[in-house]
Design a protein around this ligand. Structure first.
Ligand SMILES: [Zn+2]
Length: 217
């Protein structure tokens, strides 16, 4: 049976990686509202043109437009493989509207899977990371330094790079933004009994296995 899910997790929890794996390994379809909006605008559909005009005016696209675009997308054949909703809903009103939209199409959400992280551990993980500037091999100040200091194990490069937003303040800001975004919708799905929690601090394979167990459960 095709399963439809929402995957939630703060930046750094590996949500993107897990979503890609579900797409590759289970053939699920990832529905990102940003991608759907861009596709509708590019295709020049009636609702796409409406969205384009709103965005050109520098305004936020209304729930009505997002619902219209999502509704059209949900009518496509590949939805039968199961979908992962990404970036939507963000408010309780949108969550209720999504319930109605899915019910009207004979669809439902099976699981809302949240990758849980320990904020201090996440700060520790993110603030130490850096990569080889040439081959992108990942390193960490405390957990994985090159064997020869300053020289990449893989390609021998002596140039490394760090993302400017991998600092504690930025990580804590991203966490606060994430909480503000999800706090309004989690109670909606908790009331439906479909929220599942996975330890997002585990390895990528362990997280995949935990998500797999929920989907196959
Ligand atoms: Zn390298």
């Amino acid at each position: 049976m095709a399963l439809n899910i929402i995957l939630l997790g703060p930046p750094g929890a590996g949500k993107g990686t897990q979503a890609s794996r579900l797409v590759e390994e289970r053939g699920m379809v990832q529905l990102s509202t940003g991608d759907m909006l861009r596709a509708a605008v590019a295709a020049g559909t009636e609702i796409g043109l409406k969205a384009k005009a709103v965005m050109a005016a520098g305004e936020l696209v209304s729930d009505e437009i997002v619902d219209g675009i999502l509704s059209a997308r949900l009518d496509e054949d590949d939805i039968g493989r199961g979908f992962i909703l990404d970036g939507y809903p963000r408010t309780a009103v949108q969550a209720a509207s999504l319930d109605r939209l899915l019910a009207a199409k004979g669809l439902k959400l099976h699981h809302v899977i949240e990758l849980e992280v320990d904020e201090d551990a996440l700060v520790d993980r993110i603030t130490g990371r850096f990569t080889c500037a040439r081959c992108n091999t990942p390193y960490h100040d405390r957990y994985k330094l090159p064997q020869t200091p300053g020289v990449c194990d893989v390609c021998g490069s002596t140039e490394f790079k760090r993302r400017p937003d991998d600092n504690e303040e930025a990580v804590r800001t991203r966490m606060a933004e994430y909480r503000a975004k999800t706090a309004p919708i989690l109670p909606h799905y908790q009331a439906q009994g479909i929220v599942r929690r996975v330890d997002g601090m585990a390895t990528v394979d362990e997280v995949s296995a935990a998500i797999g167990a929920i989907l196959d459960g």
